[in-house]
Design a protein. Sequence first.
Length: 403
Amino acid sequence: MADPVRFLTSFAQSLATMALYGEGHPARQRAVDRSFESLRELQAHDARPRFSFIGDEVVYGELSLRELGDWEWTPRLADAGVQRLEFEPDVSREEYEDFLDQVVARLTMAAIDTSEARVTRRSGVKFGVLGVKGEEQARAGAGNPAATIGYALGEEIETVRWMHREVEERGGLPLVEAEAVVRSLSVAMHGDSAFVLPLLQLKEFDEYTTTHSLNVSVLTMALAEQLGLRARDVRSFGVAGLLHDLGKVRIPKEILNKPGKLSDDERAVMQSHTVEGARIILTSDRELDLAAAVAYEHHIMLNGGGYPRCHYHRECHHASHLVHVCDVFDALRTNRPYREAWETERVLTYIEEKAGTEFEPTTAAAFVTMMRSAERRVQHSTIADAARPTTVPAASPAPVPAD
């Protein structure tokens, strides 16, 4: 058994034992001793081991532990607020047992208000959620309440930029970070009491790929919820939306950021981003076939137009229909070097007119309905001010579909 798997097995056994036996019980102490010894064995090869628990997946560093794909503790740890876990090289046994106590308290609901149970002394164990945003900070006004949504997309922006650099420089896609960004965006959308659409506005044109990727992910998840998809599918579609333009990292900057009209040759290079994106995603992880399909298909119209050209007309994936309409909406409402941004209503009218030819009709209708009803829920910010909390009108919580 690999060291990280052996450690996690002993970690889970210690949590289960501590939940059964009180402090000072010999069985409890033996379980902690064995688990800490397993941690030290792991640290002999990796001084600062890091774990992430995302969906049904356990990730050690950047490596997915496939043998723990159905590990029952993954969702339990995530629900207890332990989505990431990191150990310092000099973590002590006392610090490790204190950490286990905190996790057991969370798992057994013995400590509900974690804001009042913070450990003030130094600890060699770091744990928490992956980029949680959207905590409601205040309520004001009895007649017309306002919620201050303290979401800040600064970390997500930097993560997407880093992901693009990793693909450019190393060729591989860091899937863990992509999924963490999508989860963080989902939390930012729902907050504690209000459903909002946190969209970024373009300030500098070279920011377009970053802002567009985040916006399409948010819009795609909102539309997937509008259509009643399961939570797991909503997140998968959100990842596909985030990665739909990934192939643009392979497009020369002089073409990608050209201020004027593209020549025919330049347009052909630009349009190759769909094929390049699908290739990058599939090469990085075969389990991302949905995101790869969307990267390839998101510019194909319902009537077969668009690109890339297929030898025969075929139905695109449902996720591609959603990302396509969200992609067009965000692109048209953004200032570009060759045209000014369209007003929202003009874009929605265009989508209505093209339903049945460019856009899948049910998807287009749902998107238009969602955006017309979400006017007060759209929260705009630029990359420069994304870290500042913004006050928005409170809205009724949108239902979050169950898995």
